[in-house]
Design a protein. Sequence first.
Length: 323
Amino acid sequence: MSIYSVKGKGWRYDFTHQGTRHTEAWFTTKKAAKEAEARKRQELKNPPPVEVETSGAEKTSTDMAFLDLVNRWLDHLQAYRSERHYKDSSYHCRRWIKRWGKLACNQITREMVERFMLERSRISAQLANKEIRYLRGMFNFGIKRRVVSESPPEGIDFLPVEKKIRYIPPVEDVTKVLAAADRNPRDYLWTIWETMGRMSEINRLTWDDVNLDHTGLTDCIGCHAGDAPADHYVGQCSDCHNTTAWSEVEFNHDGYTDCISCHEADRPDNHPHAQCSQCHNTTSWSDVANATISNEAIIVLDGVLKVSCETCHPPVSITALQD
């Protein structure tokens, strides 16, 4: 199909006539692209005989539409340059098309480009110089492919730019900023500081790009203090977790005798205040068959609640025992 839509460039016509490709984009509707294609085909049937002699017998056409040159250059950049360079060039091209989109390349003069450059310099000299560099690149592209004969921006001097001395913060200033930042911004700043990466590079990082070797690290809390929920065990993360997944939890109870310090909240109402290990084991809470406990000790220990036998052993009716 000679008419199709291009993302970021609107509707476009694209066809080949006598071995030469003709294309144009930036149409807002399909109808407008069709009408432009029809006009172009009509022009090709009656081409204007405007040519200039070059070296030897070679000739270069100078009546190429500026819009055609822009489209061919952008197609080239999209195929051979980075996506970022292509998008940056497209941004400049939109402004050029608004200004010269209805002209042929040979109608654009050096004076027109200079006026444009001075207008852009009202924003900044750096921006004006950048416009000239990109325009030169596009016209030189056309000259190399013999679709234009000269480059209007050629010979225009760049505007003077005062070089700013970049501030390089000392370590002391960086440390103060990190100390004053909230947790999430601090992690972001630390990543930039430790990797010396650009912000755009850091923003593109995914979890697959991160691989922290925890070998030899013992102070887990130094990084993960904020990850612990309320009433969480106050020891090191490595006491229960591993570096593969938080959900993989295994705690070695060997040598621990003060169960209550961690499991006080697990005790149901009216439960004896003894140590968990007097009835339970570390395999399952419900496994209390092998409990060895002194009833007298429990009653003395839980004197505040006045524990009786019924606290652990609800009364059973005689009828129920007979059944």
